[in-house]
Design a binder for this molecule. Structure first.
Ligand SMILES: O=c1ccn([C@@H]2O[C@H](COP(=O)(O)OP(=O)(O)O[C@H]3O[C@H](CO)[C@@H](O)[C@H](O)[C@H]3O)[C@@H](O)[C@H]2O)c(=O)[nH]1
Ligand SMILES: [Mn+2]
Length: 598
């Protein structure tokens, strides 16, 4: 509910804002929680507006992370008010946590009817409310589910949301936010609108993407949650082409982009019924005329869902030559966001990367190795499937976008194949060391692989030099990048490679797995994050990781003894180094395995 509260409090005219919660679990507790959250929001939002509070996610605001903000903003007089709000928040949390005790059903039914409920209607008391106390429209939605019927996971939920929101308020721009993220800057919508309303780019701009950054990443970031290579480099680079790809959360999308092509003068509305099906309400909303008063009762009725004609299969549009074309979020790939973003780029839409100093959105990263692996596996298998589908960037994408852009997409989708190279790289040099077969030129440093980059060490004088002189800073930057490459190589060998094997072992078929949702306790997460947390019980990765470590160790010891005996220091230097670093860098995983075995 913190996600909802943080967007309800966005610094944007409340009458132009509508917040929809899609509860794909269909849990009565969520419905109860959002009602309670709305009650709390009536005090929380005016409080935030009054004191210009930046962190409008209450859990974050009342945590120790925001001590400075609280001290800066609040004078002694307002302390009492803040205490009052805090106790209201605690009460809200307690009510939700104990909801099951007061008879609210906690279990989730597999087969269930759709439900939509307007939780807060900002028009019910007329439009003359005091702006300070007004909050936007809040709607709860849970779509129909049948256990024997595909629901298409998040893409299905998003398409239903698009239809529902199209009929209720029909906002032209949509912010998609996962339930494990929150809005960290109330001006985020205004920032995005600067791009969307810019006359130079608005006609072809489909979405403004924010990076997906997590608040609970420790200094070591052992699970690589920051995805630095993506958010700090690749997305910036793609911004110079047609823009970064869609990352699934924290983006402001122009709804129209999903239905038509850029620079099209509403042409997609001709013969709209043929194109979008028989929902007259939805057609009206596409014409931009639907802006109904929300009458809470109306949405309880099945009639509403009937009029909506929710898409059971991929939403289709019939083009002028009679061919069917998919619209909305695509169901062709489990990574619905990246894939839909790619299709938008293929149609000629552009995107923008927004990476402000104060991040607009913050999320909760995975907290143990199993979760991290499951998530990465979902991404890699989704991308792999996409790369080899008929929509492959190298076949379908190449004629529709620039070579550079299709190469970027090609890199995402085929980088899974690099694991084969890394597998060879992680076995070959070590075994050759053991058998005294030199692979690298005699200590010729900058010629092969990433191992020389890892030579970088950080003694104090080097640190002082690198931080105090401009040249030093450049060197430091280069070295940081080199280290990142090194980390990436190591990450591939130690984490991605076993994951691929695991993926293959698990019936060679991709499966969508949802991670544990919600915001985790920051403190608990920080403590955990210092050490790798391996899941309990036997895991298919353990033997692989153990074999890999044992091989590194044996090859290192055996290889060094042999090198010394045969006096081949120069020839074997590179291979000895690889073994040494391999062992050293995988220490956290070894530690995790040992701790788990104990
Ligand atoms: O059947 C489903 C499955 C998921 N979700 C929602 O989708 C979001 C993302 O799901 P999550 O399990 O958190 O996936 P992650 O791997 O953490 O998500 C990353 O990867 C997804 C693509 O698989 C992107 O869409 C996300 O934005 C990105 O954060 C969450 O809000 C879920 O509630 C649904 O609504 N219905
Ligand atoms: Mn998530």
């Amino acid at each position: 509910m913190n996600t909802v509260l943080s967007v309800v409090a966005l610094d944007y005219p409340p009458e132009k804002l509508a917040v929809y919660l899609s509860d794909d679990g269909g849990s009565p507790v969520s419905l109860y929680a959002i009602k309670e959250a709305c009650l709390f929001a009536r005090s929380w939002v005016p409080f935030c507006r009054k004191y210009g509070i930046k962190t409008r996610c209450p859990e974050a605001y009342f945590s120790s992370f925001c001590d400075d903000e609280r001290l800066l903003l609040l004078s002694d007089n307002s302390r009492a008010e803040e205490e009052n709000i805090r106790s209201m928040y605690e009460l809200f949390k307690k009510n939700v946590e104990t909801a099951k005790c007061v008879g609210i059903e906690g279990s989730v039914m597999q087969d269930r009817p759709p439900l939509i409920e307007v939780i807060h209607d900002n028009r019910e008391n007329g439009l003359n409310n005091n702006d300070e106390t007004k909050i936007p429209l809040v709607v709860y939605m849970s779509r129909k589910k049948r256990s024997n019927y595909p629901h298409h996971f998040k893409a299905g939920a998003l398409n239903t949301l698009l239809r529902v929101s199209g009929i209720i308020r029909n906002g032209p721009y949509v912010l998609v936010l996962d339930c494990d993220m929150y809005c960290n800057d109330p001006t985020s919508a205004r920032q995005a609108m600067c791009f969307h309303l810019d006359p130079h780019m608005s006609r072809s701009l489909a979405f403004v993407q924010n990076p997906q950054i997590f608040y609970n990443v420790s200094k070591n970031d052992i699970y690589d949650s920051q995805s630095r290579s993506a958010y700090k480099r690749m997305w910036q680079g793609m911004d110079g082409l047609r823009g970064p790809t869609l990352t699934g959360t924290g983006y402001y999308l122009k709804g129209e982009a999903l239905y038509g092509s850029p620079n099209q003068e509403d042409a997609f509305l001709h013969e709209a019924e043929r194109s979008f099906g028989l929902s007259s309400k939805f057609i009206t909303s596409l014409n931009g005329t639907s802006n109904q008063d929300t009458n809470g009762k109306e949405y309880h009725q099945m009639q509403f869902w009937k009029s909506l004609k929710t898409w059971p299969v991929a939403p289709m549009k019939t083009t002028q030559n009679g061919a069917k074309r998919q619209i909305g979020y695509s169901y062709d790939c489990l990574l619905e966001s990246t894939f839909t973003g790619y299709l938008l780029h293929c149609k000629g839409w552009k995107s923008v990367y927004l990476y402000p100093k104060r991040l607009c959105f913050l999320g909760c990263a995975t907290t143990n190795m199993k979760e991290a692996m499951v998530q990465r596996m979902k991404w890699s298998s989704g991308l792999f499937q996409f790369g080899f589908s008929r929509f492959s960037p190298l076949a379908y994408g190449m004629p529709k976008m620039s070579i550079l852009q299709s190469m970027c997409y090609g890199f995402f989708t085929f980088s899974t194949l690099l694991s084969v190279a890394f597998l060879i790289y992680g076995i070959g040099p070590q075994l050759c060391l053991l058998s005294s077969i030199p692979l690298y030129p005699k200590v010729r440093f900058l010629t092969h692989g990433s191992w020389p980059l890892r030579l970088y060490m950080h003694p104090p004088p080097v640190s002082i030099y690198t931080t105090s002189s401009p040249l030093g800073r450049i060197i430091q930057d280069v070295v940081e990048r080199a280290k990142n490459v090194g980390d990436e190589v190591d990450h591939r060998i130690t984490i991605r490679m076993p994951r691929r094997v695991d993926n293959l072992l698990r019936h060679c078929k991709s499966k969508f797995q949802v991670d544990k949702q919600g915001h985790r306790s920051r403190k608990a997460r920080r403590v955990q994050e210092r050490q790798i947390q391996l899941p309990r019980g036997r895991n298919v990765h353990d033997p692989l990781v153990n074999i890999s470590r044992a091989k590194h160790g044996i090859c290192l010891v055996g290889g060094v003894i042999r090198t010394m005996r045969e006096r081949m220091f120069g020839e074997m230097f590179g291979q000895v180094f690889i073994c040494y670093w391999g062992l050293l860098l995988s220490y956290p995983i070894l530690e995790g395995i040992i701790r788990k075995q104990r």
